[in-house]
Design a binder for this molecule. Structure first.
Ligand SMILES: [Zn+2]
Ligand SMILES: [Zn+2]
Length: 326
């Protein structure tokens, strides 16, 4: 176990809370020799949990960022969700913004899409000149077009004044629904509609690379078909909500009287998340999109204890900028 954690050097010991750490490291978290060196540009294959809180609220004191994730595989980057703070989180993760290539939005709640346009703009500000393909459910064109409209003056001023390329032409926007999303060299991305009322265009996403499969649940209530979708995946990144802390959370949100019913109908409890992971037989489960993520009484141990009754395998509680070697 000791050697294991050391081998998976990107994952600090305190974030590895598993019963079978040996299998976790050898099967999931240790860089494969063929990819371990990666590219000098983007580094080794890895999953980075950039922003790990559920919901758009940011409050005084330490607060994790809303949802965003990065996969780098074979020197190609994939950003999954662009919640507020994604640009700074990518920079903190030492990712060069002009290297952006693929962006995926799971659904159009603001904790997943708020910074989409600004991320493009921030990459452009420091040198983006190559195409970006951005995929999202229905509404993705509106999200991009609205941003281009709002920032038209700046974009056109800088094009004329600074000789920059037209950002609007660099970003190709695609709307997807359930089924195949994109297939590229060495990657296949598939969507499964999940259960996140009242939003119907909300999806889990599966990324299949040669020898490695990563599934993101997206925001969803307990949804047994997700287990089939994630069958045998190396990593399942699943949202989670801790019910005993919700009253305290709601007390801090005085303008949303029906928030509790939304949370209960639209998110997954720890035992449900564990059940999905067990049914899917994944190699490792990552708890992400934590609700709440900024309640000091809901510690890593609390999350682990809540999931353990239904999941005995390797378990990681995400925090911002946690890296998992692929
Ligand atoms: Zn969310
Ligand atoms: Zn949501």
């Amino acid at each position: 176990m000791r050697g294991t954690v050391k081998d998976g050097a990107m994952l600090s010991r305190r974030h590895l809370v598993g019963l079978g750490l040996g299998s976790l490291a050898t099967a999931t978290l240790t860089p494969r020799p063929s990819h371990a060196q990666g590219s000098p540009a983007l580094g080794p294959n890895r999953l980075v949990l950039l922003g790990t809180k559920g919901g758009p609220a940011i409050r005084q004191g330490y607060t994790p960022a809303p949802s965003s994730n990065l996969i780098v595989y074979d020197n190609v980057p994939y950003v999954i969700d662009t919640g507020y703070g994604v640009s700074f989180k990518l920079i903190d993760a030492k990712f060069p913004l002009p290297a952006l290539r693929y962006v995926f939005i799971t659904h159009h709640h603001s904790d997943h899409n708020a910074e989409f346009g600004l991320l493009m703009n921030n990459a452009w500000a420091i040198g983006l000149k190559t195409p970006v393909d951005a995929y999202g459910p229905k509404g993705m064109h509106g999200l991009a077009d609205g941003f281009w409209q709002a920032y038209r003056f700046d974009i056109e001023t800088r094009m004329a004044d600074e000789g920059r390329p037209d950002l609007r032409k660099l970003v190709a926007v695609h709307e997807y629904t359930e089924g195949p999303v994109m297939e590229g060299k060495g990657v296949k991305v598939t969507a499964l509609r999940n259960v996140h009322p009242p939003i119907t265009e909300s999806f889990a996403l599966k990324f299949e690379f040669p020898g490695k499969t990563i599934v993101f649940s997206g925001d969803t209530a307990y949804f047994p078909p997700l287990a089939e979708f994630a069958k045998g995946a190396d990593i399942l990144v699943h949202e989670v909500m801790y019910a005993p802390a919700l009253e305290r959370l709601l007390a801090k949100t005085p303008n949303a009287p029906t928030l509790m019913s939304h949370l209960k109908a639209s998110h997954s409890l720890p035992d449900e998340v564990g059940r999905i992971a067990t049914q899917a037989g994944v190699k490792a489960l990552v708890l992400n999109h934590l609700v709440p993520a900024d309640d000091p009484s809901v510690t890593e141990e609390v999350w682990v204890d809540a999931v353990r009754p239904t999941w005995k395998g390797d378990l990681v509680v995400a925090h911002d900028l946690l890296e998992i070697a692929l």
